[in-house]
Design a protein around this ligand. Sequence first.
Ligand SMILES: [Zn+2]
Ligand SMILES: [Zn+2]
Length: 53
Amino acid sequence: MSEPTACAKCRQPFDRQPRYKSSPFCRACVDRCFDTEIADHWCEIDRHFNDRA
Ligand SMILES: [Zn+2]
Ligand SMILES: [Zn+2]
């Protein structure tokens, strides 16, 4: 399985936007997702981190 080289959400390359741990997303996208105050917010990042269901 090849490592992603760019964020799966904003498509910024990881050499420009640091990657969030082993996720396919950059830190900026993950931070923005986790900090959202929209109650029914749901995106591919949430799906990724809730994949155990
Ligand atoms: Zn991103
Ligand atoms: Zn989200």
